[in-house]
Ligand binder design. Structure first.
Ligand SMILES: [Zn+2]
Length: 481
């Protein structure tokens, strides 16, 4: 199947697998859970949860700095809205665009696809503000998918993937990302600067087309290879310090690593991890090691961790994500700064699960959260020495939101989180909650609530006046006639 003219196979594979495993679907995102209150109205999930309340209940909806890297994070809902409204086209347009952009000829399609298309196009026309992903979550579409053939179910998934690939020009996307005003980390900022550069050269083209052009891609590949080779080169003197039998094994791993980086096709993934695994296998079992072998081996493994990857190197990012399509490229870039819940005690650590409860959350950007995984904080802090200070800054920030009566339901949170943070970090993160002022919070909240109620009353009265005004009179007159 041919979704995109360039690297279509790769694109389709990634998205299709994702569709099958359910990754990337809105339902899998924490935000969706927050908003998926009873869906009586087919589009009810679109409305903000805090309507009707003057308070914020979820710290992901506040302007907060990451508890690890300290960058100003993007509000969770702002990122979601950015993806739905700015990156993806409304479904009714995307469904037309796939016809000429992807050569999708409806009359040549099998019957289930034709049926699925005509159903979803009809739905898209009814909800012109919804993207394909949003449309797929409406009650009518969910029911349709449930009650029709497997072939139609698959056809709808294919149409969703096709619509996801319909993209805006680089010029437009650079502009829209700029409007979000992200406080990017270094790697992401470099990627963004590269995008800006090409937006000036080829404004109407797509991110994916530009960065997968052989001549342009080649430049990033060469830079990436140079960095990889330089890192490997730095390991050579360390290998010479090992005792002979281990030096031989490490040297073998080194030669194979040069091969992986320099001779294998650039489409092959996970090269960095394979290199690390090679050395891990060569150096892990060392029954005859001398006292100097172990520290040297550890140092080699540590050096390998700094091999470039898409998180710490812009070239690696561009090489990895450009073939996956422009929208995915933008999504990964922007979601790295999204405000996410971090389970202090990890959710998925064998035999030692942390709860999914705010008593176990701090707030990290998508990038730091992903990097931490299930690591203990004392290890994690080795690479992020600024974390204890930035976590304290976040506690202070949240205390301030509580005190000002903005954040509700979190009065006990600063003290609840003290112990888990201390435990996870072996005492390296010691939190001070002196800034919390529950009395002020209560006072400010009740003032806020009073104001809110006044405002609601005033609005209702205004609406009443309208109804008793010309409209009502006109209505009555009409009825009398
Ligand atoms: Zn961060």
């Amino acid at each position: 199947m041919n979704i995109r003219p360039i690297n279509s196979g790769l694109f389709y594979k990634t998205n299709y697998t994702a569709a099958l495993t359910g990754q990337q679907t809105r339902a899998a995102l924490p935000f969706a859970n927050l908003h998926s209150q009873p869906q009586t109205d087919t589009v009810s999930f679109k409305r903000a949860p805090s309507q009707g309340s003057p308070f914020v209940h979820d710290p992901r909806e506040l302007d907060l700095h990451c508890g690890c890297c300290g960058k100003l994070m993007l509000k969770n809902s702002a990122v979601q809205e950015f993806m739905d409204k700015k990156v993806y086209y409304p479904a009714y347009i995307a469904l037309d665009k796939i016809k000429y952009e992807q050569n999708f000829r409806l009359h040549e399609q099998p019957v289930p696809m034709q049926k699925a298309y005509s159903f979803i196009k009809n739905e898209a026309n009814r909800h012109k503000h919804l993207s394909m992903d949003e449309l797929m979550q409406t009650e009518r579409v969910t029911n349709y998918r449930r009650n029709n053939s497997k072939a139609q179910y698959k056809a709808l998934a294919e149409l969703r993937d096709r619509c996801r690939a319909v993209t805006h020009s680089i010029d437009y996307l650079v502009d829209e990302i700029g409007r979000l005003n992200p406080d990017f980390q270094k790697t992401e900022d470099t990627v963004f600067q590269e995008m800006k550069k090409f937006a000036k050269l080829y404004p109407a083209d797509s991110i994916s087309n530009i960065f997968t052009r052989p001549d342009i891609r080649e430049q990033y590949l060469i830079k990436l290879q140079n960095k990889q080779n330089a890192k490997l080169k730095k390991i050579t003197p360390l290998i010479q310090q090992l005792s002979p039998q281990y030096a031989k094994r490490a040297n073998n791993a080194l030669m194979q690593s040069y091969g992986i980086f320099n001779r294998e096709s650039s489409d092959i993934l996970h090269k960095r991890q394979r290199v690390i695994d090679l050395f891990d296998r060569a150096l892990a079992p060392m029954p005859f090691e001398t006292p100097t072998d172990r520290p040297v081996a550890d140092l080699i493994m540590k050096r390998l961790e700094s091999l470039p990857d898409s998180k710490n190197d812009a070239n690696a990012f561009i090489v990895k994500y450009a073939p996956r399509g422009s929208n995915k490229f933008v999504e990964v870039l922007v979601k790295r700064l999204r405000n996410t819940k971090e389970h202090v005690k990890p959710q998925h650590r064998k035999g030692d699960n942390g709860e999914s409860d705010k008593k176990n959350y701090i707030y990290l950007c998508g990038k730091c959260n992903h990097e931490r995984m299930t690591q203990k904080y004392d290890e994690f802090i080795e690479r992020h020495p600024q974390m204890p200070q930035n976590t304290q800054n976040q506690i202070d920030e949240i205390c301030d939101y509580i005190n000002r009566g903005i954040l509700d339901d979190h009065d006990t949170w600063p003290n609840d989180i003290k112990e888990p943070l201390g435990d996870e970090s072996e005492g390296l993160i010691v939190i001070n909650t002196d800034k919390l002022d529950v009395e002020a919070a209560k006072k400010n909240r009740s003032t806020k609530l009073e104001k809110h109620i006044e405002e609601q009353k005033r609005k209702n009265q205004e609406a009443d006046t309208l109804m008793t005004g010309p409209y009502r009179r006109h209505g009555k007159k009409y009825l009398n006639v």
